[in-house]
Design a protein around this ligand. Structure first.
Ligand SMILES: C[S@@+](CC[C@H](N)C(=O)[O-])C[C@H]1O[C@@H](n2cnc3c(N)ncnc32)[C@H](O)[C@@H]1O
Length: 201
């Protein structure tokens, strides 16, 4: 993603860096207190320790600086952990169970909107807005988009190089059978999206 950005979207006042959200201020000490805004979109649910991420985001902002954070909440049919969610199904279906015994679903951050607010406040933020959208039926997919979408999301695929296509088809079939349909007639994921805006005073 970043290689593509560096190649295609060069801009004199834009720099692309790769860093871990839980410790980037350690990696780049000159980022401490350096930014007016932090924007994070669909990333924090991949992070095990959201509180550390919030602390790090706080540390890189100037006083008066703000962050806008959008991430997936605990309800997440496509990337979650419970029986009616895709990774659970894939890991437990007998056909794939043996192949996936070492696979660890790396989607975390099952924190509620209330805990998100509490964690942000505990590191020093003033929370300005906190909204929860569920389920997000406007985030829909045409039938022929689901497979490509899954290709980018399923870490399972690394464990199945030889059965890649068959596995992807099973996952796609599961989505076709289990995703609800919205008013436009498109399928969408049963998930909740959290949006928070917070200020460092
Ligand atoms: C679904 S992509 C979203 C990318 C982009 N924000 C967008 O909206 O198109 C999730 C991103 O989270 C990033 N990510 C996952 N864990 C991370 C971490 N610990 N620190 C920083 N970025 C992380 C991944 O590298 C990936 O680029």
């Amino acid at each position: 993603m970043i290689d593509v950005a560096r190649e295609k979207y060069q801009c004199p006042n834009v720099v692309y860096e790769v860093a871990d959200v839980v410790n980037f201020v350690e990696t780049f000490p000159n980022w401490k207190g350096a930014f007016d805004k932090v924007v994070s979109v669909f990333a924090l649910h991949w992070v095990k320790d959201c509180r550390r991420a919030f602390q790090n985001i706080y540390d890189c902002l100037r006083p008066g600086g703000e962050c806008f954070l959008l991430y997936v909440g605990p309800m997440n049919q496509i990337l979650g952990h419970s029986e009616d969610e895709l990774p659970y199904y894939l890991k437990n279906i007998s056909k794939w169970k043996e192949h996936l015994k070492d696979y660890d679903n790396k989607v975390y951050c099952p924190i509620s909107i209330e805990d998100s607010i509490r964690f942000l406040e505990s590191v020093g933020f003033e929370v300005i807005t906190a909204n929860l959208h569920k389920p997000c039926d406007e985030l829909d997919l045409h039938k022929d988009q689901i497979k490509d979408y899954l290709r980018t999301l399923l870490g399972h695929l690394n464990y199945l190089p030889e059965q890649y296509q068959e596995f992807l088809q099973d996952a796609t079939d599961w989505c076709n059978q289990n995703f609800p349909v919205n008013q436009r007639g498109n399928q969408y994921m049963r998930l909740e999206v959290m949006m928070l805006q917070a200020k460092k005073n």
